[in-house]
Design a protein around this ligand. Structure first.
Ligand code: ZN
Length: 349
């Protein structure tokens, strides 16, 4: 029932970047804790994400490995090549539904398990969410994920949504609850009460902004209600030790203050390029740059310094940001970006 999302959602934690070796280390230690289903990566973002997925899949670390991308043929092919099962997310603004449905049909013919996320379910009326979820399921999705992308759900709203989804859909359903208001664990539990088959969690609850449902917390709640997760808590503790080491080495102990729900500054920090590109949905102004960065993030950094660069230079800088962070396991700073722009501008003169 638990899907570990530390390797993908966890890589969106403000201040975090992982090398390929670090991701493989995390994968093995999470698997040793008894978790069999995992979201490994976002292959369309960078070649390192393709490589790490291939390795994790070929070493059979998880019995159900997934990789994420947008609902486009290009992203679907990229994921398919890694050998992982396919997980897709719909655009934040659903302007072209027929194209999206066409892409889901295309993905369903790849012979993999297909999961599709209807993003940001709390922004829409339940009936509207269920209507889209039905179309997605009918197009061939085996699992429909109903994520509270902005962490604005409450246990009552999430339970109602999942109860309704369970009644109306023929496929499996999955919860993915963000923690902006501190409700990620309670909301995940409510989703299970409503009938969720799968649940995304991460070690220390790390993820985009201030993260999602914490694995140990939800495990303990579920077990106390007689719902087995298959997790070995002593082995899970070793995964927490490893992630703690990464958090302290890469960010420092302030992480736990910055990451606190409601008041911590991480709730206004974006790591996902796809989120910053849709600035109407996510209002955060801080940015953390790693392999998941996007062109709009580079442009925002430059705007902050009253600088401009042409599309070609922005593209080159973005590539350099992704290469560097995946090689070093560190986020790229604004100072490094300014230096890169200077170098690329110098070369083009
Ligand atoms: Zn998320």
């Amino acid at each position: 029932m638990i899907t570990d999302d530390t390797l993908r959602e966890g890589l969106q934690t403000p201040g975090i970047a992982f090398t390929i070796d670090e991701k493989i280390k995390i994968a093995k230690i999470v698997r040793d804790a008894g978790i069999k289903r995992a979201m490994i990566s976002y292959p369309p973002a960078h070649v390192s994400e393709v490589e790490v997925t291939r390795k994790i899949v070929s070493e059979n670390i998880f019995s159900e490995p997934f990789a994420l991308g947008r609902a486009t043929r290009e992203d679907i092919d990229r994921i398919d090549e890694t050998g992982a099962n396919i997980s897709l997310h719909l655009p934040f603004k659903l302007e072209n539904l027929p194209d999206v449905i066409d892409a889901i049909k295309y993905a369903s013919k790849k012979g993999k398990v297909l999961e599709v996320a209807v993003v940001d379910v709390m922004k829409n009326d339940i009936r509207e969410v269920i209507k889209i979820a039905k179309l997605v399921s009918q197009a061939g999705a085996d699992i429909v994920q109903l994520p509270d992308t902005t962490g604005s759900g409450t246990p009552r709203k999430i339970r109602n949504l999942f109860t309704e989804a369970k009644k109306s859909l023929d496929c499996e359903i999955e919860a993915h609850c963000h923690n902006d208001m501190g409700g990620a664990t309670a909301n995940a539990f409510a989703a299970i009460e409503g009938g969720a088959d799968h649940l995304d969690t991460t070690i220390y609850g790390i993820g985009e902004r201030n993260g999602i449902t914490d694995t140990a917390s939800i495990h303990s709640l579920l077990e106390s209600e007689g719902i087995t997760t298959g997790i070995d808590v002593n082995a899970l503790k070793r995964a927490y030790d490893l992630i703690l080491k990464f958090l302290l080495d890469k960010i420092g102990k302030d992480f736990f203050i910055l990451n606190f729900p409601v008041i911590g500054s991480n709730i206004s920090t974006n790591t996902a390029g796809t989120h910053v590109a849709y600035s109407g949905v996510f209002t955060g102004t801080n940015m953390s740059l790693n392999v998941y960065a996007g062109k709009s993030m580079i442009k925002r950094v430059l705007e902050g310094y009253n600088m401009q660069a042409n599309e070609e230079v922005v593209k080159k800088v973005l590539q350099e940001v992704k290469d560097l962070s995946s090689q070093t396991g560190k986020c790229v700073t604004s100072d490094q970006i300014i230096k890169m722009v200077g170098e690329f501008n110098g070369k083009s003169n």
